[in-house]
Design a protein around this ligand. Structure first.
Ligand code: ADP
Ligand code: GN1
Ligand code: MG
Length: 368
């Protein structure tokens, strides 16, 4: 990231936060945006803010993205207040720029936005206590429920075909064909893993297009570290990282959470013997998500949960592998072969889910 603190101060000053910026430090472990934690001094206290550079290589139209974020956060704040919750802590707040806009483009072409900092809460990079994972499930399910009557047609598709696994497969094949880095020869096993599962890639897309499962407004990036867990109560307090809130399937949200949180190892673990699908965590998350959705999931959606988990994991592995083949320009990497390591954990997780398929299917069906 490495931007000068001075430069970050100068960008922060274009926004309407309270007080004077005292420090700005890189924050969090997201793969996409550059995130800074600002500490500002007011007359009586310190206030914290999140300042983010929006990755505009990935989000091609940051102005559309910010229009989505403003609309969705205002909608959520209103719903949370009506339900007797605390909209200050339970929803993100966009801090406007001094010119009244929701983001600022800098002379160097970068785009920046500011959020209120959710204090007294933590975003976890791994499941430490099973209870936290359960709470994240309830929160992501509840988030889905809160957005159930959001007018989906007013949302921009910030990344077109984001979870269209058929389209992801086509992009993967293109990366393979072009092989710009000359890396394909060394990853034949991983390539074969994807090609052997070509048919799977169509399952959810087909079910969405023939109406077997409904299109909903979904988050689409439900990693555990995209939820703030309250330090006092242990409850999932606020869903963050709303850049990909778009029409999608509840199975995308459910599946992406399982992909990341029910894995016994880290997303970039090198030792594949540490990677597997933890059955207890799978079961706990399934219970929490169904409860959080408060009866809104259809029977077919519940039956398809293992497939949602498998496809989100396969798709993610395929995306990491495509990025590796293309020269690591999408995800932030912190070492050579980082994307390849990430791809391998995803495929190992898929393999393990396939081996445990009947158990997974039995678990979800027990919640019908
Ligand atoms: P990315 O798209 O790069 O993942 P995120 O929006 O998820 O970016 O932010 C990265 C990290 O910054 C999060 O995982 C979380 O730890 C922290 N973060 C983001 N927004 C807030 C917020 N409003 N309050 C507290 N922490 C936040
Ligand atoms: C990215 O932004 P972050 O780090 O929460 C990615 C997700 C991937 C995830 C893999 C916009 O999520 O789709 O599943 O990395 N987000 C985007 O860890 O591509
Ligand atoms: Mg994130």
């Amino acid at each position: 990231m490495g931007r000068e603190e001075r430069e970050v101060f100068q960008i922060a000053e274009q926004f309407t936060m309270e007080g004077v910026v005292e420090s700005a430090a890189p924050h969090g472990s997201g793969h996409i945006n550059d995130t800074y934690l600002l500490t500002c001094k007011t007359n009586s206290e310190y206030k914290k803010y999140i300042l983010q550079r929006i990755n505009h290589d990935i989000f091609k139209k940051p102005w559309e993205l910010m229009e989505n974020v403003v609309k969705v956060t205002e909608f959520l704040q209103k719903k949370i207040a009506e339900g007797g919750g605390d909209p200050e802590r339970e929803a993100l707040h966009v801090i406007p720029a001094k010119d009244g806009t929701s983001y600022r483009r800098q002379e160097d072409g970068t785009y920046w936005r500011m959020y209120g900092f959710i204090d007294g809460a933590t975003s976890y990079d791994a499941v430490k206590e099973p209870k936290d994972f359960y709470e994240s499930a309830v929160s992501f399910g509840h988030f889905q429920k809160l957005l159930a009557d959001y007018p989906a047609e007013t949302l921009y598709e910030t990344i077109p075909n984001f979870h269209n696994t058929v389209d992801r497969l086509a992009n993967f094949k293109k990366a393979l064909e072009e092989d710009v880095m000359g890396r394909a020869a060394e990853v034949q096993e991983e390539i074969r893993f994807v090609l052997d599962r070509e048919k799977d890639c169509h399952v959810l897309c087909d079910m969405l297009s023939n109406g077997e499962i409904p299109l909903r407004v979904t988050h689409n990036d439900t990693k555990l570290n995209n939820i703030m867990i309250d330090d006092q109560t242990g409850k999932g307090i606020c869903v963050i990282d709303l850049d990909t809130v778009m029409p999608g399937s509840a199975l995308y949200d459910y599946g992406d959470s399982i992909r990341f949180g029910a894995n016994t190892g880290a997303e970039d673990e090198k030792d594949l013997s540490k990677i597997s699908c933890d059955i207890d965590l799978f079961s706990l998350f399934t219970k929490g998500y169904i409860e959080g959705c408060e009866g809104s999931l259809t029977e077919t959606e519940i039956r398809m949960m293992p497939m949602g988990a498998k496809l989100m994991t396969l798709e993610c592995g395929m995306r990491f592998l495509a990025d590796y083949l293309e020269g690591d320009h999408y995800y932030k990497v912190h070492r050579p072969e980082h994307n390849l390591d990430r791809c391998r954990t995803q495929f190992q997780m898929v393999k393990d889910m396939e081996e445990k398929w009947e158990v997974l299917q039995g678990i979800v069906e027990s919640y019908l």
